[in-house]
Structures are given as structure tokens and as C-alpha cells.
Design a protein around this ligand. Structure first.
Ligand code: FES
Length: 123
């Protein structure tokens, strides 16, 4: 069996929503001290709906695929729904990650959580 699913490869090679939102309503940044990977998440929020989301990930293939999928899962959703996103849901949407790569999906979930905390602290 291949190490990565077709979906992981697709989101790694062709990541969705990469970049920066200059006038973001919220920004979150997290890092994993063990592997050194860093993820930054930018949100545009209108009337409690996430109207746009972009990310920058300085990290491994799974981290890039996880952040790409996570942005797809929360785009257009209410803040309350994005808050409930779990790293398992991100990994499942990617048709799974190897066990030792699950922490990469945690980073994506934490980046969103960090951005949402930033948003809630402002409002
Ligand atoms: Fe660090 Fe994937 S190895 S996030």
C-alpha cells in the first residue's frame, strides 16, 4: 500500500487556499517543537461566517495536505462549526494519514483554533 492516499498527494502537490490575507480578521500561528514545522492561518469572517481562509505552512507533505484540506472544510462555514473541527476529521477527509503523521493534522486543527481564538479575543 502506498504511504500516502491519492488525496494527500493531491493536496500536497496542488494545495488549496495557499497564501496570505492582508486584511485578515484573524490570524493564528502554531508550531511543533519536535519537527520544527510552522503553520499560519488567515481568516476573513463576515457575520460569523468564514468567507475566506488562506494558509502558509513551512512543513512536511502531510502538514501541507492537512492545512489545505482543513481550509476546504471550514471555508463558508460558521465560526461555531469551524471550532468543532477535529484533526481526525481532517485526516479522514484525506482518506487517512500514517499513524506517525497524525500530529501533522493536529497542527492544522490547532492553527484554526489559534486563529479563532484571535478572532474571539478581538470581538
Ligand atoms: Fe511536522 Fe508533519 S512532520 S507537521
Amino acid at each position: 500500500m502506498a504511504l500516502y492516499s491519492d488525496k494527500v498527494m493531491d493536496h500536497f502537490i496542488n494545495p488549496r487556499n495557499v497564501g496570505v490575507i492582508e486584511d485578515a480578521d484573524a490570524v493564528g500561528e502554531v508550531g511543533n517543537a519536535k519537527c520544527g514545522d510552522i503553520m499560519r492561518m488567515y481568516l476573513k469572517i463576515d457575520d460569523d461566517i468564514i468567507t475566506d481562509v488562506k494558509f502558509e505552512t513551512f512543513g512536511c507533505a502531510s502538514a501541507i495536505a492537512s492545512s489545505s484540506m482543513a481550509t476546504e472544510l471550514i471555508k463558508g462555514k460558521p465560526v461555531s462549526e469551524a471550532r468543532k473541527l477535529t484533526n481526525q476529521a481532517v485526516a479522514e477527509a484525506l482518506d487517512g494519514l500514517p499513524d506517525y503523521k497524525m500530529h501533522c493534522s493536529v497542527l492544522a486543527q490547532e492553527a484554526i483554533e489559534s486563529a479563532l481564538e484571535n478572532y474571539e479575543n478581538k470581538s
